[in-house]
Design a binder for this molecule. Structure first.
Ligand SMILES: Nc1ncnc2c1ncn2[C@@H]1O[C@H](COP(=O)(O)OP(=O)(O)O)[C@@H](O)[C@H]1O
Ligand SMILES: [Mg+2]
Length: 350
C-alpha cells in the first residue's frame, strides 16, 4: 500500500520538483522495513521487488529528461533488496530468540511447580511421621482401659435389671467405646504403616469385594454403585488388602458426599504403562479453600469424621509408588484418581 502510494506520488509530481522525488525515493524504505519486520526476509524481498516494479513507469518516463536521476533510482533497487533482507533476517532472529525465551520461562515455571509439589509432599510426610510416633504410643495406652470400660458396661447391662433410662446410658457407653476403638484402629494403621506384601492381584475381584462392602454404607439413600472395567486389565502387583483399604476409603467418602443420592462410578484401565483407578461421585464436591487440606491428617468437614481416611489412603498409594489426585468434575462432584505401577520390582530396580 505504502509502496504504491509512493509510486503514485512519483508519477503525479512534475519532474522539475526534484527534491520531492528524492524524498519519495527514500520513503520506499519505510514499507520495505515494515514488511521485513512483519514477514521476515521473504516479506522484505517481496516489498523490495514491488518497489522496483512499481517505480519502473516513473523511471521510464524520467529517463528521457533526467537520465542521471533515473540511473540513480535504478541503482537504488539493490539497496531496497539489501534493506529488505537485512531487516527480515534480523527480525526473524529476534523472533526466534523471543520464542526461546518464552519456552525457557515456561519450562522454569513447570520446574518451579514441581519443586513446590515436592516440598508439599515432604512437609506432609514429615507431619505424618511425627503423628505416627505420637499416636502409636497413645493408642496403646488408651486401648486397654477402653476395652475394660466396654467390658464392664457389658457386664452391668447383662446382670442388672435397670430402668430404661439407665440401660440407655450403658448402651451409649458401649457404643461410644466401640467408636473410639475404631478410631484407634485407624490411628494404629497410621502409626505402623504396614509394609506392603506384594502379590499378583486380580483387580476386578478386589473392586467387586470393595463394592460389596461399600454397599453397606449406603443405607437408605438412593445411591447407585457402578463399575466400568477395561477389558485390557492385567494382573496387578500390589498388596490387595491395602488396595482394598484405599478403594474403600474413596468409595465411602464418595457415598458420604452424596446425602441426596446419585451415582458412584469406579473405573479402571491401563494408562501409559500404569494402571489408573478412578472413583467418581456426583456429590457436594470440595471447595477451593479445602482442596489443599483434604490429604492432611485430621482434616474433616464431617461431624463424626476422623479426617484420617484420605491421609492413610495417600500414604498407602505412595508406598506403592503410585499417585493419588483429586479433581473437581465438570458437572457435579469429585473424581479421585489412583495411578499405580503395574509391576512393583521393576519400579524399584529402575
Ligand atoms: N468424594 C468427596 N467429595 C467431597 N468431599 C470429600 C470427598 N472425599 C473427601 N472429601 C473431603 O475431605 C475430607 C477428608 O476426608 P477423609 O480424610 O476421608 O476424612 P473423613 O471422611 O473422616 O472426613 C472430608 O471431610 C471431606 O470434606
Ligand atoms: Mg473418609
Amino acid at each position: 500500500m505504502g509502496i504504491l502510494l509512493v509510486s503514485v506520488l512519483h508519477l503525479v509530481t512534475p519532474l522539475a520538483m526534484m527534491h520531492w522525488h528524492n524524498v519519495y525515493q527514500h520513503l520506499y524504505y519505510l514499507p520495505i522495513v515494515v514488511a521485513g519486520l512483519s514477514y521476515g526476509w521473504r516479506g522484505g524481498v517481496a516489498a523490495a521487488i514491488l518497489a522496483g516494479l512499481s517505480n519502473a513507469p516513473h523511471n521510464f518516463l524520467s529517463i528521457q529528461e533526467q537520465p542521471s536521476y533515473a540511473i540513480d533510482q535504478i541503482l537504488d533497487v539493490p539497496l531496497f533488496w539489501a534493506a529488505g533482507i537485512l531487516t527480515g533476517v534480523l527480525a526473524e532472529r529476534g523472533r526466534k530468540q523471543r520464542a526461546d525465551l518464552e519456552h525457557t520461562t515456561e519450562r522454569l515455571t513447570e520446574v518451579y511447580q514441581e519443586l513446590q509439589d515436592n516440598f508439599e509432599r515432604m512437609k506432609r510426610a514429615e507431619r505424618l511421621f511425627a503423628l505416627g510416633q505420637l499416636s502409636a504410643g497413645l493408642a496403646h495406652e488408651v486401648r486397654n482401659p477402653l476395652a475394660s470400660i466396654a467390658g464392664a458396661a457389658g457386664i452391668l447391662q447383662r446382670n442388672l435389671r435397670l430402668e430404661r433410662k439407665d440401660a440407655e446410658c450403658l448402651e451409649i457407653i458401649g457404643k461410644e467405646c466401640q467408636r473410639l476403638n475404631s478410631l484407634l484402629a485407624h490411628f494404629l494403621d497410621f502409626a505402623r504403616p504396614r509394609t506392603p506384601e506384594y502379590q499378583m492381584t486380580d483387580l476386578p475381584t478386589v473392586i467387586e469385594s470393595v463394592m460389596e462392602l461399600a454397599a453397606h454404607a449406603i443405607g437408605s439413600k438412593p445411591i447407585a454403585l457402578r463399575k466400568e472395567l477395561s477389558p485390557h486389565l492385567t494382573p496387578l502387583e500390589c498388596d490387595p488388602e491395602l488396595l482394598r483399604q484405599v478403594l474403600l476409603n474413596l468409595m465411602i467418602n464418595a457415598i458420604q458426599a452424596m446425602p441426596e443420592g446419585g451415582e458412584v462410578l469406579v473405573s479402571a484401565g491401563p494408562r501409559n504403562d500404569r494402571l489408573l483407578i478412578q472413583v467418581r461421585d456426583e456429590g457436594c464436591g470440595i471447595g477451593a479453600a479445602d482442596r489443599d487440606r483434604i490429604f492432611d491428617p485430621f482434616f474433616t468437614t464431617k461431624e463424626n469424621g476422623t479426617g484420617l481416611g484420605l491421609s492413610v489412603t495417600h500414604q498407602i498409594v505412595e508406598q506403592h509408588g503410585g499417585i493419588l489426585t483429586a479433581e473437581t468434575n465438570a458437572g457435579k462432584g469429585m473424581t479421585f484418581s489412583v495411578s499405580l505401577p503395574i509391576r512393583h520390582e521393576r519400579l524399584h530396580e529402575a
